[in-house]
Design a protein around this ligand. Structure first.
Ligand SMILES: [Zn+2]
Length: 205
């Protein structure tokens, strides 16, 4: 009979640390496992998912991801990817917040340097033509003429510093419009741009 490691099963469902303890207690209460067992039969996975879904609301720590008043389940804090409210749409939420902040700051053109083709594609899809979006990629000629004119076009420019970018390109990407984003991922970039827009709004007229 196939079985799987219980901690890994719980972790793959978002239950870690104190959340995993709560989940285990519930599974024991229902007789799906018992104290001291570290593995569980694969055939029980469906029942485990059903039991955990009935007992717990998995939510992330974002204030917007509040439990509905009609939901009697116990709240368990999980990473955003496992949040039942924002779920895998963490990037979407972050981009929506960024677009709103850009609108408030009066910014319509975003230049992004670096990132992988995948993350750039995600960002493009999520922005869906609602903001001017251009990229400095490994394909962009890394000189002052090309990169400088892109920077000149932009209202705000974000550089993903964790990815490969030509030093010649980053040398041009300087000045008050430019912010550096050390963390990978669309959500991190969107949050950094949002914060910059909000700071600009506060210090503006
Ligand atoms: Zn959430």
């Amino acid at each position: 009979m196939h079985d799987v490691a219980l901690p890994e099963l719980l972790s793959s469902r978002g239950f870690e640390g104190a959340g995993a303890d709560l989940a285990l207690a519930e599974l024991r209460r229902l007789g799906l496992t018992r104290r001291g067992k570290t593995r569980i039969a694969s055939a029980k996975i469906g029942a485990v998912d059903e039991a955990l879904g009935a007992a717990f609301l998995r939510r992330c720590s974002k204030p917007a991801c509040r439990r509905d008043a009609s939901d009697a389940r116990v709240e368990v804090f999980v990473s955003a990817g496992h949040c039942e409210i924002c779920g895998g749409s963490d990037n979407r939420r972050a981009v929506e917040d960024m677009l709103a902040a850009m609108r408030r700051a009066g910014y319509a053109r975003l230049l992004v340097a670096g990132g992988s083709p995948g993350t750039r594609g995600d960002l493009e899809r999520l922005c869906a033509g609602r903001v001017g979006l251009r990229f400095v990629t490994e394909e962009t000629t890394p000189n002052r003429k090309t990169v400088g004119s892109l920077l000149g076009w932009s209202d705000i420019a974000a550089v993903w510093t964790s990815t490969e970018i030509s030093h010649k390109a980053t040398a041009v990407l300087r000045g008050p419009k430019v912010l550096k984003v050390p963390r990978r991922g669309v959500a991190a970039l969107a949050a950094a741009v949002r914060d910059r827009c909000e700071a600009a709004g506060r210090s503006g007229p």
